[in-house]
Write a protein that binds this ligand. Sequence first.
Ligand code: SF4
Length: 233
Amino acid sequence: MPEAKYPRCARCPTKACEKLGARADDTSSPLEKAPAFCPMKLMPDVIEAALAEYARPEVGEFARLASVQEFQCYERLPDGLRTRNTRVEELIQFSRKCGYKRLGIAHCGGLAGEAARLTEILEANGFEVCSVQCKTGAVPKERLGLKPEEKIAGAEAWETMCNPIAQAMIINRSGVDLAVMLGLCIGHDTLFIKYCQVPLTVIAVKDRVLGHNPLAALYLKDSYYRRLKNKID
Ligand code: SF4
């Protein structure tokens, strides 16, 4: 089979991009070791274009702060490197670094409790916290063309549609410095990202089965979730 000519870092056996300069006596180019599907080989012009973006002062400063934040999530102890900060702590620390004052949580109705807890923590840390849940607008699902049998609560029940476009527009208008996505469904999150016009991060994604930790399925793919290797309907 011919080697695919599109970027496939997840299939790379070398991870050569991580190792450039790792040893002072290693003068070989990482490109020599990288596979043919390496984006550094396929799209060197893009790498250059990205570097030009970092040269813009506001972009470069944002990227610098993000990497300082990354650094501060570890501590170097005599027995090695140890992780230090939860993502909630990271969110607070990075928002402070950026000088953000008002944060806007876009959350799923199913995670209203989590949104309230996050609000409590963020407010205790001095932020103003807007929040908008997915059902805002109170528009029935029929508006999207859903059939009665496609409503979760049953054909006869009122069911409000998730409205990620309204969520994004409300967040945009609320003067938030940073939007924080919390547990939006797949597809709804895509629309939210499409319409959100302020800087955006994610505190959690939805997984109804695994406690909003979709990676658990990957960790168990060779045991309890072996079925994931089969074609999924
Ligand atoms: S960038 Fe190149 S070397 Fe790095 S992981 Fe991707 S394919 Fe491998």
